[in-house]
Design a protein around this ligand. Structure first.
Ligand SMILES: Cc1cc2nc3c(=O)[nH]c(=O)nc-3n(C[C@H](O)[C@H](O)[C@H](O)COP(=O)(O)OP(=O)(O)OC[C@H]3O[C@@H](n4cnc5c(N)ncnc54)[C@H](O)[C@@H]3O)c2cc1C
Length: 376
């Protein structure tokens, strides 16, 4: 399984790596995550100035038209640095949904997103939906001047800072039916919207949102009425690949930290790494990471060319693999670090936490294995 990057792609990855090494070391990242809002608006503005927010957005919507492979390269570097800014919420999910659902609205909204001036979040999962994308109970009923939203969305990634929430709600159908789901653009400060916000265990931000008679105008409808699920599924599949690339970056950083530790930590008068049994464990971690890397980029290459079941199967295979391999690499790293790996001061535990959360975002390994079986 081989994959060749272009010179431009290599340069892109190098320039992101250099920027993050300079401005986003572990200490700086911790300061950012513990600060106001849990992420840095200054860093976000720099991402925008460097063109990184525009890169995955199509040219006709004010972006640079990058491919899913370009996006994966960026996410891999973000994974290595444990970036906590709202890139997944705003760009991977928000911008992609707007682009796919409504090209006219995309031309209006996405240039502001690319410029770093507008933040999005995707409010879809609900307390009872788990990983089941069609399970939407939030209701949208027609009022005199638009729509009224009632319902509850759970763990909305960066839902606390979004200027605009993209909210899925039922305009028809039963709770788990494919048809009848419609997307709405809702201002982050809408009347009747209550947000319970919190840091997630991996240092990101989440919010539980309650919609209690939230009124929006007729122009809040994004895309076709009642047919949002195909779009949601396509965007979720691509997000699985982006998250897998982030996981690959986190796994590689975990392997690097662990091999450094084994080389420098001495026990019984020798470096730990001189014990062959520990070398074998480090090699297993590295080979898991290399395999996940190759599979991730192969899948990223497919994402822009295939659709339907083929796209869904490819996304589920890499997501299942990253969940399994990320857990193995994270657990081994903590074990090989001894008790130190459990402490907040060491980066290794933070990578492990992010890897565990990557697994449960848009379906864990078990869910995606079942999905693959269901497609056979
Ligand atoms: C937050 C925290 C909680 C803890 N909780 C517990 C607890 O509940 N119970 C408890 O008993 N201890 C606990 N400890 C102590 C912990 O078990 C020790 O730290 C542990 O023995 C690892 O030692 P170390 O940190 O010196 O790691 P190191 O000595 O650096 O060892 C790193 C890794 O190498 C392995 N290793 C070392 N030497 C060899 C060798 N010669 N051959 C093969 N493998 C080797 C170790 O097993 C470990 O996997 C805790 C420590 C912390 C910081």
């Amino acid at each position: 399984m081989s994959f060749t990057f272009t010179d431009d792609q290599r340069q892109l990855a190098d320039s992101i790596a250099r920027f993050l090494a300079d401005k986003y070391g572990f200490e700086q990242r911790n300061k950012i995550r513990k600060g106001d809002g849990g992420w840095s608006r200054e860093i976000w503005a720099e991402f925008a100035a460097l063109g990184w927010l525009a890169l995955p957005i199509a040219e006709e919507h004010g972006g640079l038209g990058g491919t899913t492979v370009d996006l994966a390269l960026m996410m891999e570097q973000f994974g290595k640095a444990l970036v906590v800014e709202p890139f997944v919420a705003t760009i991977v999910l928000g911008a992609e949904i707007v682009a796919k659902a409504d090209p006219a609205r995309a031309a209006e909204i996405l240039p502001q997103v690319a410029a770093g001036e507008h933040l999005l979040a995707f409010a879809h999962s609900e307390p009872n939906s788990r990983y089941d994308l069609p399970r939407v109970s939030t209701m949208a009923t027609q009022g005199d001047e638009g729509w009224i939203l009632d319902g509850h969305k759970a763990v909305v990634l960066h839902g606390d800072s979004a200027d605009t929430l993209i909210v899925s709600a039922r305009t028809g159908g039963r709770d788990d039916e494919r048809d009848g789901i419609t997307l709405f653009l809702v201002p982050g400060d809408a009347e009747g919207l209550t947000k319970k916000t919190y840091p997630t265990i991996d240092g990101m931000r989440g919010a539980d949102l309650e919609f209690d008679g939230v009124r929006v105008g007729p122009d809040a409808v994004l895309g076709e009425m009642g047919h949002a699920l195909d779009i949601v599924e396509g965007v979720a599949d691509r997000a699985c690949v982006a998250l897998a690339a982030e996981g690959v970056g986190a796994m590689q950083a975990t392997v690097d930290l662990t091999t450094d530790y084994l080389k420098t930590r001495t026990q019984f008068g020798k470096p730990l790494g001189s014990f062959q049994v520990l070398q074998h464990r480090a090699v297993d971690m590295l080979s898991e990471t290399r395999f996940a890397h190759a599979l991730c980029y192969r899948t990223a290459g497919l994402m822009d060319t295939v659709g339907g079941v083929e796209r869904a199967r490819a996304a589920s295979i890499i997501k299942a693999e990253i969940g399994r391999a990320g857990k193995m690499v994270g657990e081994e790293a903590v074990q090989l670090h001894g008790g130190m790996g459990m402490t907040d001061e060491m980066a290794v535990g933070h990578y492990f936490k992010r890897l565990r959360l990557i697994d449960v975002t848009f379906g864990n390994a078990g869910h995606h294995l079942s999905r693959i079986v269901g497609m056979a």
